[in-house]
Design a protein. Structure first.
Length: 689
């Protein structure tokens, strides 16, 4: 057989494996992008389809011997970075093929749905028990009587049993669905990264109230028997496997209209709740509605767990529940931590962290959305860890999923042939779009790259002794690599404060740019703190970084009318970015370091400008309602900053210093504790005032 040719694998050969170590599907199953049981000489699916004569296994560059060493497998892209757009994909645009093309084998692709079995084992990696079982099966005789360990069970489709308890739980959820007149409140979310799920939610919403679907059951007067029948139907729908090989319209149809599922209903409920919160004219004390969402959302997830083995939409619902929990009980609460942990458990169960390397990679709706949701959850994990100082639950060391390609969601939800054409003609070799547009995927990619550096920083700050002893050179290397990465961002990403006053630039664009800028600054903030611990004088750069972090945070407050729709994010941004950076500015007022009263790298940073920023920061902190999540932390920070400003503006001399220090020690006998000493920039106050 020639090195460049392909041959058919006969029955006497051992079974082939993909680069990820899992068994290769037969050619018909791979082309149809459906799960294969890998049976030889003919798989069960081809037998059922009466296509025994076409069931062949092709040896290709992506096949490896059954016992090939994992050391010989080469990753196409490092974890967290996108697969480049291949020349093969570009050439394919000239002659589009029918159907959904792609090089991944669905049976080998993490997260593929092979059946609605809540007891399914999910994704199993190289170290799992199945590796040994598969190797043992290789020694069995390969003929028509080959033992198939799980395929017969998986292919035996029976209608699941729907208990009365499940129906009752579903009815309770359905009673919370608003009538059509009261339901049209879903507003497009302000963050570009949410555009894809908004599109899906709107399709589900529009079809929910159609009479031929379930609209007749969702009027003002809801019949109990009708609701019970609807609940049973939705349970049965949820038990149906999701086919990720379908094109966009058909893929969404699996979750909408007569195919409505519990994850679909849960998605709408989270949108309605977020819309309700965003419509508040002011930040007020939490109401009973702020707690009601939890029971309804949990009921939807329990029903999903009972009738399905999980899918992309179920994972998204877990993630959105965590967001709502953080807004209700606070980012550092146990409830938020448990919800986030369940989200990551679902993600790794589906295997979305372990996309196998493939060349050429051909984007599809499902494959790109899996990358998007992975990037979003991975980023949230780093945010929670940064805020609380608790170890992150995910690590790049165990991930192979690249970042999503820089494609507009409009293209993702179009036809497969159009998506392939756009990917081949509008993306550069790094995966960025060349059209000069800012998409949700643009934000996902930029933030994903920054969170990759955050992963390294957290390993040093919170890791084992060997990690904590990382050298100055290691930290400087991270800083240099981040600077190079940011410099390579497209021109649409950099944040410019003057754009806020430009009405021609959309608010969503400015907010996205501001978020990316502030996250890059926060990485620098942590690096400077770590460098100072190691005796490296990064104080000037730390002050510069802190001033810009505070300025970015205050931009939301001083331009409240411009960013009013984003106010549900104000509190956590204030505590994650503004408060820690404000502590560094306070320290500068107490122990001035500016030569000549101005910063050498930014003449706008003066003692006067620092006082102005801190005064505005006090106002922003005072805006937070006393009963709101994180309110106690906000109040502590506000009190300390006010004391520092009073001491500075009143011109207190050495005689007044002890009394001021005593006052702070009296109010905060144990100091301010953010539970993360890199964030706790107030740790010096008790002893150094």
């Amino acid at each position: 057989m020639d090195g460049g040719s392909q041959a058919t694998l006969s029955a006497k050969h051992r079974k082939l494996r993909r680069l990820n170590g899992r068994l290769q599907a037969c050619d018909p199953c791979r082309q149809r992008k459906v799960p294969c049981d890998h049976g030889q000489p003919v798989c069960q699916r081809c037998i059922r389809k009466k296509g025994e004569s076409q069931c062949t296994y092709t040896i290709s560059a992506h096949s490896v011997a059954p016992f090939e060493s994992a050391q010989s497998q080469t990753s196409v892209s490092p974890p967290g970075y996108p697969s480049p757009v291949s020349h093969t994909l570009r050439s394919r645009v000239q002659k589009p093929v029918e159907g959904t093309a792609g090089s991944q084998t669905p049976g080998d692709t993490p997260g593929s749905s092979s059946g609605a079995n809540p007891r399914a084992s999910g994704y199993l990696g190289y170290a799992s028990y199945t590796t040994v079982i598969d190797e043992a099966r290789e020694s069995l005789p390969v003929d028509g009587r080959t033992i198939r360990l799980q395929s017969d069970v998986a292919n035996r489709r029976t209608e699941p049993r729907v208990s009365d308890a499940a129906i009752d739980r579903g009815v309770a959820v359905l009673r919370h669905l608003p009538t059509l007149d009261n339901a049209a409140i879903i507003n497009k979310e302000y963050f570009l990264m949410h555009d894809w799920i908004y599109r899906i939610a709107m399709v589900i919403f529009q079809k929910l109230y159609e009479q031929h679907a379930f609209g007749a059951h969702l009027g003002e007067d809801r019949d109990e028997d009708c609701l019970r029948q609807m609940s049973r139907t939705v349970c049965l729908n949820t038990a149906q496997p999701v086919d990720d090989s379908l094109e966009a319209k058909d893929w969404i149809a699996q979750f909408s209209g007569p195919n409505l599922r519990w994850e679909s209903i849960g998605l709408l409920l989270t949108f309605w709740d977020l819309t309700r919160r965003a419509r508040r004219t002011e930040c007020r004390t939490p109401s009973a509605d702020d707690e009601n969402w939890r029971g309804i959302t949990n009921a939807c997830l329990e029903l999903c767990d009972e009738f399905s083995a999980g899918n992309l939409m179920v994972l998204n619902l877990y993630h959105r529940r965590t967001t709502l929990e953080s807004m209700t009980s606070g980012d550092a609460s146990l409830r938020t931590a448990k919800s986030h942990a369940q989200t990551i458990a679902c993600l790794t169960f589906l295997g979305y962290h372990a996309e196998p390397p493939t060349q050429p990679y051909v984007p599809t709706l499902a494959s790109e959305l899996k990358r998007v949701i992975y990037s979003s959850i991975h980023g949230a994990d780093k945010t929670f860890s940064s805020f609380t100082g608790r170890p992150p639950l995910m690590s790049n060391a165990f991930a192979t999923t690249p970042l999503p390609l820089d494609l507009d969601s409009e293209h993702l939800f179009g036809s497969q042939s159009h998506l392939e054409s756009v990917a081949a003609t509008t993306l550069d070799e790094r995966g960025w779009n060349t059209m000069g547009n800012l998409y949700g995927a643009t934000c996902s990619r930029a933030r994903g790259m920054l969170k990759g550096f955050r992963d390294e920083i957290l390993a040093i700050a919170l890791g084992s002794k060997s990690d904590r002893e990382a050298s100055v050179d290691t930290l400087l290397d991270i800083a240099e690599r981040q600077a190079a990465t940011v410099a390579g961002f497209p021109a649409t990403i950099p944040y410019r404060p003057e754009d806020i006053s430009n009405p021609e630039i959309t608010t969503v664009r400015i907010f996205t740019q501001l978020m990316i800028s502030t996250e890059a600054l926060q990485n620098g903030f942590f690096l400077d703190r770590l460098l100072l611990r190691r005796g490296y004088d990064s104080s000037a750069h730390l002050l510069l970084t802190s001033f810009r972090m505070v300025s970015n945070t205050l931009a939301l407050w001083t331009n409240y009318e411009r960013f009013a729709v984003m106010k549900t994010n104000f509190q956590w941004m204030l505590m994650a970015y503004g408060a820690p950076a404000g502590g560094i500015l306070c320290k500068e007022l107490q122990k001035p370091t500016l030569p000549g009263g101005r910063h050498p790298d930014d003449p706008q940073i003066t003692r006067s400008s620092i006082i102005q920023k801190l005064s505005l920061l006090v106002g922003f902190l005072d805006w937070v309602d006393p009963a709101a999540p994180n309110a106690e932390l906000c109040n502590d920070c506000k009190t300390v900053i006010k004391l520092v400003l009073d001491q500075t503006l009143n011109g207190s001399g050495g005689l007044e210093m002890p009394s001021m220090a005593s006052q702070i020690e009296f109010e905060f006998p144990r100091g301010l504790d953010f539970n993360f000493d890199l964030m706790d920039s107030f740790d010096w106050l008790g002893s150094e005032l």
